[in-house]
Design a protein around this ligand. Structure first.
Ligand code: HOZ
Length: 423
């Protein structure tokens, strides 16, 4: 494979964009090679500027659950573009998307559309603080909730990949109220509540952690969070930016049968366009301006193009629940193949169509076990897969996503490549 054009573009980009990229993981630093620059994508495939084709398991970090450039979505977006890109004013489409989301995730009785997952989590926390009159929040080590100041504490995703889980430039005063517990370790949560119970506004959690690689909640862990937050009068926020409409249309809360007070959603509800949402019980969401005193706003919130892509995507998902069984089966085939090929040298965590391979013999259930995996082995595996036409996340600490567009041939080819891997 040749990567000449990608390398040229990367060199030029480094002159005017930090690290040559607009989001750190994309620089491929963790996998020790220059990134491929993408030219276009369609269905299960993504194509770089050198003409190389890849079976894509990043799926734009999750939202392309139907595959790239799904014809019905593209057609609707093209038609919407003819009517103007943004109005900064209410539309019937915003209502339609909000109603669609609520019909799938009933705990989001009232919701606000925003433009990204970062905005959604930042706003949900502001609402939780406004509602409870308390300042502290608990987050989990290795969970990632976007890059707002107060949440860049022991963060996963790009922050973990770049080894900056606590960012410079964030004043200590902004993170003073962010308490950190260990994922899947109830004791660590109990200790924080015992020490600060009446000051804690909310616990925010990725119900399936997917930004330190994929880490599943232990049996009863989410129910424990539900109970302890209720006991102390704090709110439970599920950050479903990754799990929402990925584990099923009802998200992780339906999958695990645990209902949070507030939910945040991201890119998938825009079919891959910039959208997010936060919502929950009406009495809580009534805090949001203009009804209540918690301020949050955005010109591009609910813009007509992103909402169109979202309505089409979510409608297809809602009308075709079999998609979820199919993508889970495909993911299982790939996960089983990895395990059969690499045996005890790896731990494969999978739930539905979401998974990760960790290069460790141990079970991965929290930040310590996730970060004990051998990232250099992941880098070598990544490079081999890329050069054999399989596009994975360029970081141990991201997830692998299977889409409805992956064909039986794609899965078979992926398994063939995996079987050829020699460490
Ligand atoms: N940290 C993001 C996924 N969890 C990656 C965003 C991007 O590079 O596009």
């Amino acid at each position: 494979m040749q990567f000449t054009e990608s390398e040229k573009l990367f060199e030029a980009s480094k002159q005017c964009i930090p690290g040559g990229v607009n989001s750190p993981v994309r620089a491929y630093q963790a996998v020790h090679r220059p990134p491929v620059f993408i030219d276009h994508a369609g269905g299960s495939h993504i194509y770089d500027v050198d003409g190389n084709a890849y079976i894509d398991y990043v799926c734009s970090w999750g939202p392309c659950i139907l595959g790239h450039a799904y014809p019905r979505v593209i057609k609707a977006v093209q038609a919407a573009c003819e009517n103007g890109l943004t109005y900064g004013a209410p539309t019937a489409k915003e209502l339609k998307l909000a109603e669609l989301i609520r019909s799938c995730i009933p705990s989001m009785e009232v919701l606000r559309l925003v433009s990204s997952g970062t905005e959604a989590t930042m706003s949900a926390i502001r609402v939780a603080r406004g509602f409870t009159g308390r300042d502290m929040i608990i987050k989990f080590c290795g969970c990632y909730h976007g890059h707002s100041d107060g949440l860049l504490v022991k963060a996963g995703s790009g922050a973990l990949t770049q080894s900056v889980p606590d960012s410079r430039g964030v004043p200590a005063d902004y993170t003073r109220n962010t308490l950190v517990a260990e994922y899947n370790q109830p004791d660590s949560v109990e200790r924080l509540f015992e020490a600060h119970g009446k000051e804690i506004a909310a616990v925010i959690v990725e119900p399936v952690a997917a930004n330190m690689g994929v880490v599943l909640p232990d049996e009863g862990f989410l129910a424990f969070l539900r109970k302890i937050t209720e006991d102390y009068g704090a709110l439970l926020i599920f950050d479903e930016v990754i799990t929402g409409f990925r584990l099923g249309v009802g998200g992780a809360q339906e999958y695990f049968g645990v209902t949070p007070d507030l939910t945040t959603l991201g890119k998938i509800i825009g079919g891959g366009m910039p959208v997010g949402a936060y919502g929950g019980r009406k009495e809580i969401m009534d805090m949001v301006a203009p009804v209540g005193p918690v301020y949050q706003a955005g010109t591009l919130s609910g813009n007509p193009i992103a909402t169109t892509a979202g309505i089409e995507t979510l409608t297809i998902l809602k009308e075709s629940p079999e998609i979820y069984t199919q993508i889970a089966e495909k993911a299982k085939t790939v996960a089983d193949c990895i395990k059969e090929t690499m045996g005890d040298a790896v731990c494969v965590n999978r739930i539905g169509s979401l998974m990760s391979v960790f290069f460790t013999a141990d079970a991965v259930s929290d930040y310590a076990s996730a970060t004990s995996s051998d990232v250099e082995q992941y880098a070598a595996y990544f490079g081999y897969m890329l050069e054999h036409g399989i596009y994975l996340a360029p970081s141990q600490f991201e997830a692998m996503f299977v889409s409805a567009a992956h064909t039986a041939e794609d899965i078979a080819r992926t398994c063939e490549v995996i079987r050829g891997y020699r460490r």
